[in-house]
Design a protein around this ligand. Structure first.
Ligand code: ATP
Ligand code: MG
Length: 594
């Protein structure tokens, strides 16, 4: 999407200032989104001499699909302009950060298909530099040590309030009584904060900007707080920690980040970002915001995800229902399908809610092209072909992938004892039911036409335990020589050679389209869908599935796309359903275009 305002602002483009490292073909011409448009214009005007972006995760949780959007944007924009992208761990909170998160984040970025090479940085490596910058601000009379408590700081800052017409306005805040300390006193106290003279929370360092500023972010933001908590990288060598708003622009500057691309919630922080860059007199990184990704039925708050993990609502960060990259991977999502999803949604400038079915569609499209087909029966019902020659096993040829002739075919054993899907038999049959019921014929996929002759029932429950059929030997391959009308085709697995499978089916973790809209007074944890995971322990698959390796994807005919789970053990494959076959997205898209 192109932002017309940005387009208009970038008309003057003296070609001579353009660095020659920038490939013109990729970025010139039609259809540039507003981020690339802005980058292009900075290059053309000479404001930037090249492109260096960064992905700045805080190592306090695993990456989710929202982060994936940011990752795709920052790496792809850099690539399009012949630039590079740094990975920087934005570590400023000793309580929440952990090396285990660092490792998980690095693994997931690589999995998604991006490489930061040797440009791996940590904000905690900049603590000395950040301290020096704070001292510089103090010396310029632009920072002071404050004795107000957290609570008092909040009160003095003020809040936005609705007036009688319900229009919010922000009355001016109040200056702290410590705001006018001398530079010498501030330098002395700040040194004391660092050397541990004061208790946690007793003092902060604040920027001296404007307590009446209409943007609350600009009302003397806190730069440093005292916190005696060992940090996963610096240990106990610091007892003061920089705040994110101070750390971030200065880390960007230190790394020479030309374009600091981030999600929209940082827009109101941009004046402060620019203030630090200007007053610290450092490299002028430019912050540009894009819409945050929200997906229906999906929670993307790290706080929520952490609680789901900690409370055992899910099996871990990589539970296949989680929107984390690790969860999506385990669910069977591929890096290609996630990148395709990102390129379809584009880089909007306003936040919106994206239908999770679009994500499913992207995976389905890829797996339809690539995944080998297999036969499996999730809820088995025994079927006996009474006129089948006793003990005979025939091999039938099955196509591996009708979308890909190069995938070839395989041989499936077939005999007089099969499993079929319990749903594929009904007595009495509902209207327009073309599958098995007494007297009716169906085609067995790749096999013969069979006719149902009767059933056996469980005497206690009345439930059907065995379906009896006769087959027509002249219909091998499914063709009826007499042009008989047989409407239904069902899948099956030959019972003696069937491989027992565990199959896990999933539904949305939140039935609510917007899980974050929890009604007042309701604990959001209570809104988790209790039926979001179903385990089918008695499923069967065709013989080849016995050797499926974790990560391998299949289309189980008529059932959906499935991926082999790492819980698989020798002789007992476990499969997760990634997506069903049903494609409701194509319909939605058609409707939208109509
Ligand atoms: P928090 O800051 O509350 O811990 P976060 O999701 O913002 O959570 P970060 O590690 O700060 O986590 O995020 C790293 C980057 O990912 C940021 O630049 C942020 O803009 C981006 N990001 C996070 N969530 C989304 C999202 N839903 N859509 C797009 N970008 C996102
Ligand atoms: Mg963040």
């Amino acid at each position: 999407m192109i932002d017309p305002a940005k387009l208009a602002a970038s008309t003057a483009t003296p070609a001579s200032t353009k660095p020659d490292t920038v490939p013109e073909s990729a970025t010139r011409g039609q259809g540039l989104d507003f981020v690339r448009e802005a980058v292009r214009s900075d290059l053309d005007s000479g404001r930037s001499q090249g492109v260096r972006t960064r992905f700045p995760p805080e190592p306090n949780g695993w990456l989710h699909i929202g982060h994936a959007k940011a990752i795709c944007i920052v790496f792809e924009v850099a690539k399009d302009f012949g630039g590079v992208c740094n990975l920087r761990f934005d570590d400023t909170n000793p309580e929440a950060e952990d090396i285990a998160y660092v490792e998980a984040i690095k693994r997931d970025i690589r999995w998604l298909g991006y490489d930061w090479a040797d440009r791996e940085f940590y904000a905690s490596d900049y603590y000395e530099y950040l301290f020096d910058m704070a001292v510089k601000l103090i010396k310029k009379g632009l920072a002071y040590v404050d004795d107000l408590s957290d609570e008092e700081t909040r009160q003095y800052r003020g809040t936005a309030v609705p007036d009688k017409n319900n229009i919010t306005f922000t009355p001016p805040g109040r200056n702290s009584p410590w705001r006018d300390r001398s530079v010498a006193e501030n330098l002395d106290l700040f040194a004391g904060m660092r050397s541990g003279e004061f208790a946690d929370g007793a003092k902060t360092l604040r920027a001296k900007i404007d307590m009446a500023h209409p943007n609350l972010v600009m009302r003397d933001p806190v730069l440093y707080r005292i916190r005696r908590e060992p940090h996963y990288r610096v240990g106990s060598s610091w007892c003061i920690y920089p705040m994110y708003d101070f750390q971030h622009p200065l880390s960007d500057a230190k790394e020479g980040i030309t374009h600091s691309l981030c999600s929209l919630e940082y827009e109101i922080h941009r004046p402060l970002y620019d203030w630090f860059i200007r007053e610290c007199e450092v490299f002028p990184s430019r912050q540009i915001e894009f819409a945050r990704l929200n997906v229906t039925h999906t929670a993307l708050s790290k706080r929520w995800l952490l609680r789901l993990v900690q409370d055992g609502v899910v099996s871990g960060w990589d539970d296949p229902r989680m929107p984390t990259l690790a969860g999506l991977r385990r669910r069977g999502y591929t890096p290609e399908s996630i990148r395709e999803f990102m390129s379809r949604i584009g880089i909007a400038k306003t936040n919106s809610l994206v239908d999770v079915q679009l994500l499913e569609y992207c995976l389905r499209e890829q797996l339809n092209r690539e995944a080998p087909r297999a036969m499996a029966v999730l809820k088995p019902l025994k079927l006996v072909i009474d006129n089948w020659p006793a003990g005979q096993v025939e091999m039938l040829e099955a196509v591996n992938n009708p979308e890909d002739p190069a995938a070839g075919s395989r041989q499936l054993p077939f005999c007089g004892e099969l499993y079929i899907e319990r749903d594929d038999f009904q007595d009495p049959p509902p209207p327009k039911y073309f599958r098995l019921f007494p007297g009716n014929s169906v085609r067995l996929r790749y096999g013969y036409i069979i006719t149902c002759t009767g059933v056996e029932l469980d005497p206690a429950t009345g439930e059907v335990t065995v379906v009896h059929c006769d087959y027509d030997p002249a219909t091998r391959g499914g063709n009826a020589p007499d042009n008989r009308k047989v409407k239904g085709t069902i899948h099956w697995v030959s019972a003696p050679q069937a491989v027992p499978l565990e199959v896990r089916l999933f539904d949305h973790l939140f039935e609510n389209e917007r899980p974050q809209d929890v009604p007042a007074g309701v604990d959001w944890l209570k809104t988790v869908n209790p039926a979001s995971r179903q385990v089918l322990a008695g499923a069967f698959g065709e013989p080849g599935l016995a050797v499926a390796q974790p990560g391998a994807a299949f289309q189980f005919e008529r059932l959906g796309y499935f991926v082999c789970d790492p819980d698989t053990t020798a002789g007992r494959p476990v499969f997760n359903r990634s997506v069903s076959l049903k494609d409701s997205w194509a319909k939605i898209e058609k409707k939208q275009q109509a």
